[in-house]
Write a protein that binds this ligand. Sequence first.
Ligand SMILES: Nc1ncnc2c1ncn2[C@@H]1O[C@H](COP(=O)(O)OP(=O)(O)O)[C@@H](O)[C@H]1O
Ligand SMILES: [Mg+2]
Length: 289
Amino acid sequence: MTTNHGTTPLLEVRNISKYFGSVIALQGVSVAVNAGEVMCLLGDNGAGKSTLIKILSGVHSPSEGEYLVSGEPVHFASPRDALDRGIATVYQDLAMIPLMSIARNFFLGSEPTSGWGPFKRFDIGYANRVAKEELMKMGIDVRDPSQPVGTLSGGERQSVAIARAVYFGAKVLILDEPTAALGVKQAGTVLRYVAQARARNLGVIFITHNPHHAYAVGDRFTILKRGRTLGAFTRSEISREEVVRLMSGADELDALSHELEFLSERDAQDAQFSSTLSQTELEMAAKLD
Ligand SMILES: Nc1ncnc2c1ncn2[C@@H]1O[C@H](COP(=O)(O)OP(=O)(O)O)[C@@H](O)[C@H]1O
Ligand SMILES: [Mg+2]
C-alpha cells in the first residue's frame, strides 16, 4: 500500500478497534507515519490516544484492524517486539533512574561491556564518550555525562530519552505528551529535538493536547475524539487557528456557556425571589438551620 506521495509508510494502522470488556476505547481508527515526518495525535482526555500508542508499541493487541510496519503486517506480543522493529516509545513518566548517571541511563538495559567472563565490566569510559557524542548530535551539550540524570531539567531528560532511542536504531519515535508537564522554555527544548529526529529521517508520532506545540512541529494532524478519528489533516489543509479550535472543543464550550447563562438567569430570579421575603421569614429560616 502506498500513500499519495508514492512512499510506503514506516508504520500504519487501518481500521483499528480496541475493546476493554464493554468499553470501546478505539473504533475504526487509521493512522500512518512516513520517514522524515511528524504526525501529531491530538485529542482530549479519554479520546483514546494512550490506547492507540499502546497498540503501536506492542503493549496491547488490537481487537480489530490491521497493523503494518513498512508495508508488512505485524502482530506484536510485547513492547520488545515493537522495539526490535525500530518502534521506540518515550513515555511521559520516563523509565530513568534519577541517581544514576546520564551515561548509565543512556545505556540502561543495553550496557556496553569490556572484558569477558568474570572480568566483564560495564565499560564506563565508552558509555560516557558515546552518550556525550550522541547528545551533542541532538544539540545537547552535557559537560559531564557522569553526573546524575536527576540533576537535569525535565526537558533535558526527555531529550536524553529521545537521543537514546535514536542511537539504538529507532525508525519510529512515539512521544506520549512529552511537553505536558514542562514550562514554555523547556517545551521549546523538547520541540527542537522532535524536529531534530525528523531531520534524521525518523517518523515521529507526537501526542499532545497542546495545539500550539503540535502546530510548531507537525506535518500532519490526526484528531481523536471518544475513540474515533475526528479528522486527519496535512499542514497545508489546516491552519493553526483551526487546530486550536478543534482542540479547544469550542463547540462544547459554546454549549456550556449557554447552559451557564441559563443557570445565572435562574440565580438572578432566585435572588429576586428571596429579596421579597420578609425579614421575619429570613430570621425563622436562620433558626431552622
Ligand atoms: N485498560 C483499560 N481498561 C478499561 N478501559 C480502558 C483501559 N485503558 C483505557 N480505557 C478506556 O479507554 C478510553 C480511552 O482512554 P485513553 O486511551 O487512556 O485516552 P487518552 O490517552 O486519550 O486520555 C477511556 O474511556 C478509558 O477509560
Ligand atoms: Mg493518555
